[in-house]
Design a binder for this molecule. Structure first.
Ligand code: EPZ
Length: 421
């Protein structure tokens, strides 16, 4: 069933726990290729993208198994001699993060054939920075027939400066560098919390890494890594999405099992907009507010405002008082949700990389809308919570890629949402 019916009029109240972070789990699952044996992970979210990653690892020769019942968030990966070094197009095109198998396979086995991921709705999503980094470590890279053919007898550490901040590029390079010879210094590294979580798991396996979470990461190559056990960090994007769900309905919602410090940019903006938000070490609570002010946001690499929360925040701004200027500087085409929000009555003027939102408190009304990408689908569900009537959001398979049981979480807070065929 790929439609969600969202009925407006409910104020969300109560407590909801965030799940494990998709964007930490994906690179960490690929990092298992660096060490043969059994890896165990806790707090792994139940998502389509995790299934896709398991499928790709299986195609390479790794077995993975998810726990049952109360242990369903525990995930084991058994890596033994790979039966192939090829990540096939059919699997990579379903999830472009599959490119993250390049660095670990190259580092551990000296060979990797990975289909080019291709673009997606939000942009062309090139991987040139990933490939330049592998070449800098001494890999031979050839692009042919839609595949990356990479070979390296032994990767050698060096200093690499990313001319553009890239989360995936930093992750691929980090996973290659941990088994390279000598020291690798990554400059202009991405600082996302998910990279810190990946580095923490690599260190548990025996890697020597310092500076993760800052823009300069230093890696001392080691000869071998040993599988370990790790609990995936909470998903800050899901936590932020749930907080906005409370905000947009004027509710009193507490999100637990999260790391609010990873969301300082969002929390500061919501406070600027008028919301009262209490924060503890692992929870955040938003207090009821009838009217909130429009504020401007500009997305940028962490710790600035996360591009993955831009669509959700825009939904909140469509019913704010005043005009909000939303600038998207990370991806070239991440306003696919704008026209769909306009179908709900939002007053938005999209320009290149900037959208001007003239807020209309209480001004949205229900209509059928279509999700185009993961975070756009969340934005439409949030808007549906306050668009008068019943909003039918189609293509919500996008939602299932990155949100574990979002409808169940919203219903537990009092929302009226349900999947329909
Ligand atoms: C990661 O994508 C996330 N995905 C994205 O989340 C997130 O939006 C993005 O980081 C930015 O935070 C995962 O972690 C699986 P980038 P990634 O490399 O690594 C350009 C979601 O909704 N670029 O930091 O692909 C690129 O085109 C997803 O969960 C190059 O030009 O993002 C983009 O404009 C969506 N060349 C910018 O850099 C390259 O070689 C940032 O991309 C690589 C990237």
């Amino acid at each position: 069933m790929d439609k969600m019916l969202v009925t407006s009029g409910r104020v969300l109240n109560g407590t909801v726990a965030a799940s494990g972070a998709k964007n930490a789990a994906l690179p960490i699952l690929f990092s298992t290729l660096l060490a043969e044996g059994e890896h165990t992970f806790d707090n792994v979210p139940l998502l389509k993208d995790i299934d896709s990653t398991a499928e790709l690892l299986k195609s390479l020769g790794c077995e993975s198994i998810r726990g049952e019942g109360p242990n369903q968030h525990t995930f084991k990966v058994n890596v033994s001699k790979l039966k192939t070094f090829e990540a096939h197009y059919d699997l990579v095109r379903k999830m472009r993060a599959s490119i993250l198998c390049l660095g670990p396979m190259l580092a551990k086995y000296g060979e990797a054939t990975v289909s080019l991921p291709g673009g997606c709705a939000i942009g062309t999503r090139p991987i040139d920075l990933h490939l330049d980094a592998m070449k800098a470590l001494g890999a031979e890279i050839e692009l042919r027939d839609g595949y990356v053919f990479a070979k390296a007898k032994k990767l050698k550490g060096t200093t690499i400066l990313f001319e553009k901040t890239t989360v995936g590029g930093t992750e691929n390079l980090l996973m290659a560098a941990v088994l390279a010879e000598g020291k690798t210094i990554i400059e202009n590294a991405a600082k996302e919390p998910e990279i810190v979580d990946l580095a923490n798991y690599l260190i548990k396996m025996g890697a020597k890494i310092t500076g993760h979470g800052t823009s300069v990461i230093t890696v001392e190559g080691v000869d071998k890594l040993i599988p370990a056990r790790h609990s995936i960090m909470p998903d800050r994007i899901e936590a932020g999405t749930l907080l906005i769900a409370g905000a947009i309905t004027g509710g009193d919602v507490t999100v637990t099992k999260c790391q609010p410090h990873d969301l300082d940019a969002l929390i500061n903006k919501m406070k600027e907009s008028g919301f009262k938000i209490d924060v503890t070490e692992n929870s955040m609570r938003i207090h009821p507010l009838k009217r909130w002010k429009a504020v401007d946001i500009t997305t940028a690499p962490h710790p600035l405002f996360a591009t993955d929360l831009q669509a959700q925040f825009m939904a909140l701004m469509t019913v704010a008082e005043g005009t909000s200027v939303i600038s998207e500087t990370v991806f070239e085409n991440r306003f696919m949700h704008v026209t769909e929000l306009m179908r709900l009555g939002a007053d938005i003027t999209p320009k290149t990389q900037v959208a001007v939102v003239r807020g209309k408190p209480g001004g949205l009304s229900a209509a059928p809308v279509m999700a185009t990408d993961l975070r756009a689908s969340a934005s439409l569900v949030l808007a549906g919570l306050v668009a008068k009537g019943e909003t039918l959001v189609s293509r919500i398979y996008h939602l299932d890629r990155g949100y574990e049981n979002l409808e169940g979480k919203l219903i537990s807070l009092g929302a009226q949402v349900k999947r329909v065929p």
